[in-house]
Design a binder for this molecule. Structure first.
Ligand code: ZN
Length: 175
């Protein structure tokens, strides 16, 4: 979750440096917004906010598809806005981070393919699941207390999440 804020703001930071744009706090926060926006969009599209082991179902729609940032990019080309290209890239970091982060992966090519892609799971580099397999996996290995267990107990994923939040806040604070 927090890693999306850091990734989005970093994309804007690098983009700003590369194109000599003024890197302000608003600019960096805008980057963080584009990094995390697939999540609120997916909650709106699925109309299901679940903090139990079925939390992954929020990703089962267009919001986490690689085609979403492509739409933003097409709009960017029409509107001829440099920042919109950065927004598209920031947005694209989201499904790719969700490939290997918390949960069971993402439907990268929705709606063309409804397969769920998951990286680095059970010793395999890439796992491709259909919906029944994802649901079976979540039913068997899902954690109804994942918010507490990931964010409030010592573990690597939780630590990288809090470090990402700290990194994002620091990046904004120094600008
Ligand atoms: Zn997500």
């Amino acid at each position: 979750m927090f890693i999306h804020l850091l990734a989005g703001s970093l994309v804007f930071f690098i983009f700003g440096k590369a194109f000599d744009l003024e890197i302000t706090r608003t600019f960096l926060v805008a980057g963080a917004f584009w990094g995390i926006v697939p999540d609120p969009i997916s909650y709106v599209l699925s109309w299901a906010v679940k903090f139990n082991k079925w939390a992954h179902t929020h990703r089962d729609n267009f919001s986490h598809s690689v085609f979403m940032p492509i739409i933003v990019l097409v709009l960017a080309i029409i509107l001829d806005s440099k920042t919109a290209i950065a927004a598209s890239i920031a947005m694209l970091t989201h499904p790719f981070l969700d490939l290997s982060g918390i949960g069971w992966g993402v439907k990268l090519f929705y709606p063309l393919s409804k397969k769920t892609y998951k990286m680095f799971y059970n010793g395999r580099i890439l796992t491709v699941w259909n919906q029944e397999e994802v649901d079976a996996e979540a039913g068997k290995f899902g954690d109804d207390d994942w918010v507490k267990n990931i964010y409030f107990k010592p573990n690597i994923v939780g630590a990288s999440e809090w470090l990402s939040l700290a990194g994002f806040l620091l990046l904004v604070a120094v600008h």
